[in-house]
Each structure stands twice: as structure tokens, then as C-alpha cells.
Design a protein around this ligand. Structure first.
Ligand SMILES: [Zn+2]
Length: 184
């Protein structure tokens, strides 16, 4: 099997994790193995153990990684043929690129999922490189919280200048290009 990279991206509330879990389950239903990895410090919707939780309430156990290097170690301990699904990849930043690209060369099957535009509306690492290298890109839209149109942006509702702020519906809205106000 040759290496394959699928990227699932889009704003908050676009159903990215739902699509990720759908693909993981399809692999497992065919008898294949899958490993789901998520950032350890994103605990928004977890109960006790690490898991990916979608906005519509689906759950699946995940392995938590503190940074891109730990993603590398987790993948190294997984079976060669296992599907590797990385959720909330923007939290790992540019450091995920030199982890993912060698895995692709090593014939691993990868799905990388996350937000590709930051709160300023700028490309969000690691997605610029991973989108360019991907075999398949699934760009999902959400519904604009203001006008109901197709939303590509994640509007942050507070003043923080930090690029990464963990939050859900308390902190973010999906917005279309017209209704989006770039953060500072
Ligand atoms: Zn709008």
C-alpha cells in the first residue's frame, strides 16, 4: 500500500470530527485497525479518558499527545497498516509537518483534521503544507451564525491575541466571508 494523506478541514462546527469518526468506523467495519490521536490539553468535551467527541455527541476513544513529537511516538507504536487519524491538528502547529510527511513516505495511511484558517482568517499551520501534499482534501463549511450563509471562518468572540485558544460555542461562531471580522 502506498502512503496516503486525506485532510479534513473547515471552521468550527462544520462536522470535521464527525467525518473523521465516520472514516475511522468505516475502516474498522472492514476489519482494519485505526488509531485516533488528539491534543492532550483539549479536554473540552471529555468525560474521563481521552476521546474525540463531536458536536452532535458521538464519541470514540483516542490517544492523547502533548505535542507533535508525541504524535510521532504514538504512531511508531501503532501497526504499520493502521489508519492514523489526527484530530484538532492545528493545535500541534507547524511541528506536525515534519512528523506527517515522513509517515507518508513510510507508506502510512493518514487523516489529518482541523481548522485551516485562524481567528485572523490567515492560513493556520500545519495546513498550508499538508493541504498541498494531500491526496484528498475535504473542505467542509459551517453555517454562518449571523446570516445563515456558508461559513469558512471561525469568529472568536473575545479579545485574546493568542493564536490558539481552546473553546467551543462559548467562544467561537462560524461566519461567512462577509460577516467575519478578523481578530487581532
Ligand atoms: Zn454571514
Amino acid at each position: 500500500m502506498v502512503g496516503r494523506l486525506s485532510v479534513i478541514c473547515g471552521p468550527m462546527f462544520a462536522g470535521k470530527s464527525t467525518e473523521l469518526l465516520r472514516r475511522v468506523r468505516a475502516t474498522e467495519d472492514r476489519g482494519g485497525a485505526a488509531v485516533v490521536i488528539k491534543p492532550s490539553w483539549d479536554k473540552r468535551y471529555e468525560s474521563t479518558a481521552p476521546e474525540v467527541v463531536t458536536h452532535d455527541g458521538a464519541r470514540r476513544a483516542a490517544l492523547a499527545a502533548t505535542d507533535a513529537e508525541e504524535v510521532r511516538r504514538v504512531v511508531a507504536s501503532a501497526a504499520q497498516e493502521a489508519l492514523i487519524a489526527i484530530d484538532e491538528a492545528h493545535f500541534f502547529g507547524a511541528a506536525l509537518v515534519p512528523v506527517v510527511l515522513p509517515l507518508l513516505e513510510a507508506r502510512r495511511q493518514l487523516i489529518v483534521c482541523g481548522v485551516e484558517l485562524d481567528h485572523r482568517g490567515e492560513p493556520f499551520e500545519p495546513f498550508p503544507t499538508l493541504l498541498a501534499k494531500a491526496d484528498e482534501v475535504i473542505k467542509l463549511a459551517s453555517r454562518c451564525a449571523r446570516c445563515g450563509g456558508p461559513a469558512r471562518h471561525s469568529q472568536r468572540m473575545n479579545e485574546s491575541g493568542d493564536r490558539i485558544v481552546v473553546g467551543g460555542a462559548d467562544l467561537y461562531e462560524a461566519r461567512c466571508r462577509d460577516c467575519f471580522v478578523p481578530g487581532s
